[in-house]
Write a protein that binds this ligand. Sequence first.
Ligand SMILES: Cc1cc2nc3c(=O)[nH]c(=O)nc-3n(C[C@H](O)[C@H](O)[C@H](O)COP(=O)(O)OP(=O)(O)OC[C@H]3O[C@@H](n4cnc5c(N)ncnc54)[C@H](O)[C@@H]3O)c2cc1C
Length: 455
Amino acid sequence: MTDQVDVVVIGAGHNGMAAAGYLAREGKKVLVVERMAKVGGMTSSGYMIPEAPNHLVTPCAVELLFARKSGIIEDFELAKYGLKTVDPDPTYAYLHPDGSSIALFYDYKRTAEDIARINRNDGKAYLEFMKTLNVMMDIGFPMMMAEPGRPDMKNLSKIIGSAVRNVRLKDELVALSKATADQVACERFEHPATIALLLGIAAGAGPVDDDGNAAAYMIFAVTHKYGTGKPIGSLQSFSDALARSIEASGATILLNAPVAEIIVDDGAAKGVRLEDGRVIPAKMVIATCDPRTAMRMTTPGGVDRALMQRIEHAPSNRSNAAPFLANIAMSGPLRLKKHQDLRHDDADLNKAVGLIGTSEEVRESFATARRGDIPDRHAMSLSRCRTATRRRHRRADRWPMSICLPWRWMRARAGRPRSRTRPCHRSSAIWANIMTGWTPKSGVSWKPRGNGKSG
Ligand SMILES: Cc1cc2nc3c(=O)[nH]c(=O)nc-3n(C[C@H](O)[C@H](O)[C@H](O)COP(=O)(O)OP(=O)(O)OC[C@H]3O[C@@H](n4cnc5c(N)ncnc54)[C@H](O)[C@@H]3O)c2cc1C
């Protein structure tokens, strides 16, 4: 048994660390317990493949998006603790098969002009869309910043204030929060390229035909207002800066410390038991792993049976399909020659996240995934990670890239991928398909390094 703390936080992802940091600043004795050997969770990265020790892998998040608006970067003075970011502009670019492109600039008016070159009505529609998305952001962010179900007065007044001021947008806001991304894109825009730009972005958040997925379009508003910073040194440097900051505030982080049990007694959490048998008594336990994992760790019989069942039945993924991310090492930089040559301006598409795939291909990708098949042609987004690599690592690193394919066959309740074939065979099949299926049509020239395999 170790000394009692005020709060045990399970998980040193950025949410766990932020919670710990704020509590430590309030004078609480806080201990973060993390099962992995490093901090970061889904915002971690590193050299994870023993056979490819110089290949930087970013398994989940590649850019700071909503974190930019959350306030944690400023609150925890992450710049002081080593966080540096780069901000490619344009941030994203839709690459149409005919060589034309639409660039998503910080400046939404410039983006609208770029769209208007392809379709004048869509350019105007984009300006209107941005007005609605900005309101959605003004309402949505205070909701995210507040305690769900019990918003504090400051955030509640922001939510109500924005809603009242923009009551004329009510129907559109309801549609954005309930409709599919596909529906909203097709309702608002005419040209296939504009629709594909929208679907390409929404696909990163999940199936474009899922109800409510249209809310993913808030990414446009966030991108125009805050940009999508890529941390130099990749996402691990963001997590490391956060860890340094909260430790300076008095929080303690214990790595290699998987929790086996959340000790519940008399209807309240009283601490945790680690897998190695150590018990850490605490006045409060905050679990930042997924809710189902957290509930399964509670002392048997400690939590009301009905609540256990409610969480157990909460679907992690309702539609059997989810995005899939692959990291690859390239022998040289990805060149978008055809699309770059056809640009009318100085926008550097090679630094942006490239969205490849027509709207039909995005739809097909998810539909195919639901059947458990591999699509013939893939919609994907390509993110160059080299901009985010520390200079001293560059030679060894060469040209790391991450590819997000908007599909993967999922188990609806477990939230885990299913695979009919052995994973390595399946990955090889996917990889072979990407390389043969996309290179000529998209006008992208690339050459993976080695066998192109990665996490
Ligand atoms: C493929 C992918 C790409 C993404 N891309 C982006 C992006 O580009 N930009 C963006 O903003 N977001 C992105 N996201 C979302 C973002 O990464 C997550 O929303 C965010 O990292 C979640 O942080 P968290 O702290 O809540 O959880 P996590 O990061 O999952 O942290 C939970 C922590 O709990 C630990 N833990 C679990 N069980 C135990 C246990 N029993 N004992 C001790 N510790 C335990 C885990 O090891 C982990 O460190 C992406 C997500 C994925 C999957």
